[in-house]
Design a protein around this ligand. Structure first.
Ligand code: FRU
Length: 537
């Protein structure tokens, strides 16, 4: 297949070359955002893992520094895996991370590091006190040593610091709790914070949220009305969370929905994994960072010389319903926008589409659109045969399968002849009680003529009231990624695509309606996106 430099993303986070995975230890310190990440300095495949380090004033323009955490002590000599930062009471950060201690098996322990010079706002050098490390080891018979990793940001409660470490017992995924008075010596609590029959929990994340509908975030040590517990499931390679309550005395988390363990919510229904949040005191918000790997073939990754990007940082807060989070690209991304192209009050009849013209870089753009459906009468009956599985449903009813209300939405990274296109769309069903049910999909099955690509359809339901007929969609388009936000951030889908003809100037943007009901584009704005400073690339 063709490996085109035009497919390298422009404004999504990535280093100049090589492999990247999880975001690590995001933290705001002395006016700078710090982002560390899992990085292979030697190639475009996973391995030789160190913590690369970048800094930013706005989470958009990034400056690369030297790797901050790399194998240097016995308890991390075979790899420095994921971890987190915590701001200590004196304002300085501490990093906790997983170290690999054996060359043959990935034997895991937890380590701690402190800034060598806290007056350096760039936090370039880190020390790993030998008298403290490792701070936690997998006790024989209690902890599976090869499935024990990814310490969280710690929080302070009831006279103790607490942090979580992901693990598994049998097939029960869990978050171990470690406690410390001084942040130096840590002891494991008898009971995990929570567990579920899901397989291994990677990269747990646990944080308080303010009240329903409140946009401001809370520091990880503040008391929340509600809490969010997220785990990255090794088995499915997706990130799932629940909303619940935290009993600080017992150090237990209880999801609100009793079936929460089984009805977990996805941050993103596409390619988004090993995410982590941090509290940003500069803007009093909680920000979510996540990793999106390539869905291209490994030989292509090697030929490109790079693999993996991060999603655009998302502000997250509790939805007014209290049942889920809302996610929205941080406002700073809007500084990359050029002049808007707009469309208003345009009706799409069944089977119609139109091109959004006037964009210089439709391959690197931001689109916001509000749709209004004339009537929901034609909505297709919701077929229970799909087990309420959005992805299954969308796999059968893709963008080219005509429907009643929808499919309608965007064709992005589309060639002028529409041979190649990635569809991002909604489709409305009616359940047995006549209640509308909204499906959001990204259908990349026509995204590329290249063979050997992984092109699954991604989909999630949208818990929104569409009785007024109104629904919005935003897509961040960036050469080989389409990151979409349905209904103001209720359902999100990030998808990697590798067009072979719809690249560079040959990429176009369209709005389509493949349903029987008219759909009005009440308002559409699209912007070319500039390229920020991206780690010197
Ligand atoms: C998640 C993960 C973590 C681990 C790291 C290793 O993608 O597997 O559990 O710490 O990546 O790079």
């Amino acid at each position: 297949s063709i490996v085109s430099p035009l497919l390298r993303t422009g404004y999504h986070f990535q280093p100049p070359m090589n492999w990247i995975n999880d975001p690590n230890a995001p933290v705001y310190y002395k006016g700078w955002y710090h982002l560390f990440y899992q990085y292979n300095p030697k190639g475009a495949v996973w391995g030789n893992i160190v913590w690369a380090h970048s800094v930013s004033r706005d989470l958009i323009d990034w400056i690369a520094l030297e790797p901050a955490i790399y194998p240097s002590i016995p308890s991390d000599q075979y790899g420095c895996w994921s971890g987190s930062a915590t701001l200590l009471p004196d304002g300085t950060p501490a990093i906790t991370y997983t170290g690999i201690t054996r060359p043959d098996v990935n034997y895991q322990v937890q380590n701690i590091a402190f800034p060598k010079n806290a007056s350096d706002p760039l936090l370039r050098e880190w020390v790993k006190p030998p008298e403290l490390n490792p701070i936690a080891v997998p006790e024989a018979g209690v902890i599976n040593a090869t499935q024990f990793r990814d310490p969280t940001t710690a929080w302070f409660a009831g006279g103790h610091w607490r942090m979580l470490v992901g693990g598994v017992r049998g097939t029960r995924g869990l978050a171990f709790v470690y406690r410390s008075r001084d942040f130096k010596r840590w002891t494991r609590a008898k009971h995990p914070l929570h567990s579920a029959m899901t397989g291994m929990w990677e990269c747990p994340d646990f944080f308080p949220v303010a009240g329903a509908g409140v946009g401001n975030g809370l520091d990880t040590s503040e008391r929340g009305e509600k809490y969010v517990l997220k785990s990255s499931l090794d088995l499915t390679r997706y990130d799932y969370y629940t909303v619940g309550r935290y009993d600080e005395r017992k150090d237990r988390y209880v999801p609100d929905n009793p079936a929460g363990d089984y009805r977990r919510i996805r941050y993103d229904y596409g390619n988004f994994y090993a995410s982590k949040t941090f509290y940003d005191p500069a803007k009093r918000r909680r920000v979510l960072l996540g990793w999106a790997n390539e869905s291209d073939s490994v030989p292509d990754d090697k030929a490109k010389g790079w693999a993996g990007i991060h999603a655009i940082p998302r502000k997250i807060w509790l939805d007014p319903s209290g049942k889920q989070l809302l996610q929205w690209p941080i406002e700073e991304v809007e500084t990359l926008r050029g002049k808007p192209v707009t469309v208003a009050g345009k009706v799409l009849k069944p089977g119609e589409h139109f091109e959004v013209t006037g964009l210089a870089t439709a391959y690197q753009a931001d689109v916001e659109v509000s749709f209004e459906v004339s009537s929901l009468d034609k909505a297709e009956p919701f077929d229970p045969a799909y087990d309420n599985d959005a992805q299954k449903l969308c796999g059968v009813k893709g963008a080219d399968v005509k429907g009643g209300v929808g499919p309608f939405g965007l064709w992005v990274l589309a060639s002028g002849d529409l041979q190649e296109k990635t569809a991002v769309f909604f489709r409305v069903f009616k359940d047995g009680y006549g209640k509308p049910k909204v499906l959001m999909c990204t259908d990349p099955t026509k995204s590329s003529l290249s063979p050997d690509l992984y092109k699954p359809t991604f989909a999630g339901f949208v818990d929104t009231d569409i009785s007024s007929g109104k629904i919005s969609l935003r897509s961040l388009i960036d050469r080989s990624v389409v990151e979409s936000f349905g209904a103001g951030g209720k359902t999100c889908i990030l998808s990697r695509v590798y067009p072979s003809i719809a690249i560079g100037k040959d990429a176009h943007l369209y709005v389509f309606n493949n349903g029987e009901a008219d759909v009005k584009v009440s308002q559409l704005s699209a912007w070319d996106m500039k390229k920020p400073l991206m780690n010197g690339a």
